[in-house]
Ligand binder design. Sequence first.
Ligand SMILES: Nc1ncnc2c1ncn2[C@@H]1O[C@H](COP(=O)(O)OP(=O)(O)OP(=O)(O)O)[C@@H](O)[C@H]1O
Ligand SMILES: [Mg+2]
Length: 180
Amino acid sequence: MKLGYMGKWPQRQRMGDFKYQEIKTNLKYPWLIMYGEAGCGKTAWALNWLLEHGEGWEFFSTIEFVDWLRGAVRNELSVNNIIGTAAEYPLMVIDDLGNEPVDKFSNFGTVYTPREIMIDVLFRRHQAKLKTVISSNLTTQKLRDTYGDFIYSRMKELSTWVRFTGDYRQGKPVKVEVVR
Ligand SMILES: Nc1ncnc2c1ncn2[C@@H]1O[C@H](COP(=O)(O)OP(=O)(O)OP(=O)(O)O)[C@@H](O)[C@H]1O
Ligand SMILES: [Mg+2]
């Protein structure tokens, strides 16, 4: 179990005004995709989810995930093993999908981009139908363009999609809408 959110548990947010419980108890699919612009509370939602879940989860921002990969590669660990590990957590939060760095690195003679690795992780989690919570600043169209129809079609199949608008940081009221 790992928590990257500034290294400590956040204060539990007041989620009552937020349809949070209602949406959470009515989820029909194993994946939850929360998308919307910066500051609308997606990460806070994911963290509350974990607080309520108990043991057996993993939380990564995409940037931390790539840091972890780079560290492992420096220590001559296999990227495939890391993908395998990430693909087995019973509950995984992938925070900020789409924000992974775009550079490349090589591992045992193969060159990888973080995005390709993310696609592999998503593909395997889809195959195994493991609970996955994704937050992203990308629109659905951008998610499709970025990860391709191959992954997007799987995301559509397995996920509840929740769209956030507004911005707590700028004091703009936040709205949450289940779009699927
Ligand atoms: N339900 C809530 N009520 C009040 N404040 C909240 C709520 N949810 C989040 N916040 C506050 O709003 C700010 C932004 O929240 P958060 O980081 O979760 O947004 P985000 O959508 O993940 O943003 P980004 O896309 O930039 O990562 C934080 O300071 C957080 O504490
Ligand atoms: Mg966030």
